[in-house]
Design a protein around this ligand. Structure first.
Ligand code: LHQ
Length: 263
């Protein structure tokens, strides 16, 4: 499949996926959804991909659903937006959360609607200083989707989640970082390089173990303390059987740099 609406490559352990409809602020139409889905399938299947970096081209990250794609003329049939969520948005955020590798998101500008919540389904979110997050749904009579109603209160608390979701105001990158919505803010001009450097650095780490860390932390909101302790035990058991664990201990004991393989 050749891609028209995204850029995609796998190099040095890093899968790079960049949304590429800058004139529409990288809003999602069906074609871009299908391309992103195909790229994520390739990431899952490739043994070369150890980290995914998700970002976008142009001055914005993503303005959510392409609203020109939705016919809401008075004489048109009432749309079933649930269908598009079932078909595209839910599978997308589930895939990002479930991918057994670290997912970095570099938010390079405005992120609105579903475009504000997709980064929250990633593991490490970096944003350019001029980036912003807008829960734009309420402005057009919709409900935050793509996991927003689940992720937002857990990340920033219910009071801030309700204000973001019901007021639809722009939240700047620095405030987003102070609120715990994202990991780090960097200068706009440095964002791509910083994100790639982080991705390459992580790709040389024990990424199988990192995927298990991701799994355990993602499960922690749903588990009680005892269940989580048991999950930690189970995942530690898996981690302990990995080549990377053996290599890590051996390198430590022999005072050499480890060569991790992600398995
Ligand atoms: C756009 C869009 C856009 C098309 C900017 N569509 N063209 C799920 C299931 C099914 C259906 C419904 O939705 C969902 C989930 C959702 O994501 S709902 C939320 C959809 N998104 C929005 O409501 C955000 C709409 N956009 C905006 O509010 C603004 O564009 C933001 C605040 C993102 C950026 O504002 P500005 O920086 O002032 O840029 P702009 O508004 O001038 O936009 C630049 C261009 O991008 C412009 O086109 P033009 O031809 O005039 O240059 C916009 O029309 C286009 N664009 N968002 N979602």
């Amino acid at each position: 499949m050749t891609f028209q609406h995204i850029l995609f490559s796998i190099e040095d352990g890093v899968a790079f996926l960049s949304l590429n409809r800058p004139e529409q602020l990288n809003s999602f139409n069906a074609a871009m959804h299908l391309e992103v889905r195909e790229a994520l399938k390739q990431v899952r299947q490739s043994s070369d991909a150890r980290v995914l970096l998700l970002t976008a081209e142009g001055r914005g990250f993503c303005a959510g659903q392409d609203l020109s794609d939705r016919n809401v003329a008075p004489d048109a049939e009432v749309p079933d937006l649930g269908e598009s969520i079932d078909k595209f948005y839910n599978p997308l955020v589930r895939t990002l959360r479930d991918l057994p590798l670290p997912v970095i998101c570099a938010v390079n500008g405005v992120a609105a609607g579903a475009g504000a919540n997709i980064p929250l389904a990633c593991d490490l979110v970096l944003a350019g200083r001029s980036a912003s997050f807008i829960q734009a749904f309420c402005k057009i009579g919709l409900v935050p989707d793509s996991g927003g109603t689940w992720l937002l209160p857990r990340l920033v608390g219910m009071a801030r989640a309700k204000a973001l979701a019901m007021l639809g105001e722009r939240l700047g990158a620095e405030q987003a970082q102070q609120w715990g919505l994202i990991h780090r803010v960097v200068d706009d001009a440095a964002l791509r390089d910083e994100a790639l450097t982080l991705a390459r650095q992580l790709a040389s780490q024990p990424t199988y173990g990192l995927a298990l860390i991701k799994r355990s932390l993602n499960a922690s909101f749903d588990n009680g303390f005892d269940e989580q302790l048991e999950l930690e035990r189970d995942l530690q058991r898996l981690a302990g059987r990995s080549e990377d664990y053996r290599e890590g201990v051996s390198a430590f004991m022999n005072k050499r740099t480890p060569a991790f393989k992600g398995r």
